[in-house]
Design a protein around this ligand. Structure first.
Ligand code: NAP
Length: 249
C-alpha cells in the first residue's frame, strides 16, 4: 500500500477526468492535495468528495494558459502549504484539425496550455522543491506524443514536448532527489474522449490489444506509484498506460 502521508501534492486539471482521479488517489494514499483548474465550482466538488472520503484537499482556481494566473496560483498554494512535493502536470486540451488547415491560434492554444503551462508551473514551484531535496514531478503525456496522430499535430507536439522536458528536468534535478517522469495514457474514457464519434472509437478499440478503453483510475494508480517512495529509483521514464496500444519500450 502506497503511503504519501504528510506529502503536499498539486494536480492541474483536477476538476474532472484523469486529474480528478489522480487527486482522489493521491489523497487516498495520504497526501494533502492542491486542486488546480479553471472551474472553481467543480474543484470545490472534488475537494468535498476527497474530504468525504477522509482525505485533505483544497481548490485553487488557476489557468495554466496564463503566466499571471500560474504565478498567482503557485503563490497561493505556497502561502498555504509552504511547498509542493508532488506535482502532476495533467491539464490539457485538444484543438484537432488537419495540418493544411490548422489555425495558428489552435497551435498556440494547445502548446500554450499543454506544454508551456507545465513548464511555467513547474518553474514557479521549483525553488522550495529544490530546497526540500525531495520531489516528484509527473507529466501527463499521451500515446500520441510517441506515435503521432493525423489531425493532431499541435497536440502530438505538445505531448512529445512534455517527454522532452521530462527527461531534461530529470537530469537537472536528480542531484536533489527529485524524480521527473511522464505517464503516457492511451485511450481513456473521460470527458475529453466523450466527443469521439463511433468511427473514431471503433478505430481506437481495434488498436488496443487489451480490447477495452482504460479508466481514469488506472492512470491515477500509475501516477501515484511514480509519486511514491517505491519509485525512488525511476526518473526520466515514460510509463505507457495504454492497454498495449503502443509498445515502444
Ligand atoms: P478532460 O476530461 O478534458 O480534463 C481536462 C482537465 O484540464 C480539466 O480538469 C480542465 O479543467 C483542465 N484544464 C484545461 N485547460 C486548462 C487550463 N487552461 N488551466 C487549468 N486547467 C485546465 O481531459 P482528460 O481526458 O482527463 O485528460 C487529462 C490529461 O490527460 C490531458 O493532458 C490529456 O491530454 C491527457 N490524456 C488523455 C487521454 C484520454 O484518452 N482521455 C489520453 C492521453 C492523454 P477546467 O476546464 O476546469 O480548467
Amino acid at each position: 500500500m502506497i503511503n504519501l502521508q504528510g506529502r503536499i501534492a498539486l494536480v492541474t486539471g483536477a476538476s474532472q477526468g484523469i486529474g480528478r482521479a489522480c487527486a482522489l488517489e493521491l489523497a487516498r494514499a495520504g497526501a494533502t492535495v492542491a486542486l488546480a483548474a479553471r472551474n472553481q465550482a467543480r474543484l470545490e466538488e472534488v475537494a468535498a468528495e476527497i474530504a468525504a472520503a477522509g482525505g485533505q484537499a483544497a481548490p485553487f482556481a488557476l489557468d495554466v494558459a496564463s503566466e499571471e494566473s500560474i504565478k498567482a496560483g503557485a503563490k497561493a498554494v505556497l502561502d498555504r502549504f509552504g511547498k509542493v512535493e508532488i506535482l502532476v502536470n495533467n491539464a490539457g486540451i485538444t484543438r484537432d484539425g488537419l495540418m493544411l488547415r490548422m489555425k495558428r491560434a489552435d497551435w498556440d492554444d494547445v502548446l500554450g496550455t499543454n506544454l508551456t503551462g507545465a513548464f511555467l508551473l513547474t518553474q514557479a514551484l521549483l525553488s522550495p522543491m529544490l530546497k526540500n531535496r525531495w520531489g516528484r514531478i509527473v507529466n501527463i503525456s499521451s500515446v500520441v506524443g510517441r506515435t503521432g496522430q493525423a489531425g493532431q499535430v499541435n497536440y502530438a507536439a505538445s505531448k512529445a514536448g512534455l517527454i522532452g522536458i521530462t527527461r531534461s528536468m530529470a537530469r537537472e534535478f536528480a542531484s536533489r532527489s527529485i524524480t521527473v517522469n511522464a505517464v503516457a495514457p492511451g485511450y481513456i474514457e473521460t470527458p475529453m474522449t466523450a466527443v469521439l464519434d463511433d468511427k473514431q472509437r471503433e478505430a481506437m478499440m481495434a488498436s488496443i490489444p487489451l480490447g477495452r478503453p482504460g479508466t481514469d483510475a488506472e492512470i491515477a494508480q500509475a501516477v501515484t506509484f511514480l509519486a511514491s517512495d517505491a519509485a525512488a529509483y525511476i526518473t526520466g521514464h515514460v510509463l505507457d498506460v495504454n492497454g498495449g496500444m503502443f509498445m515502444g519500450g
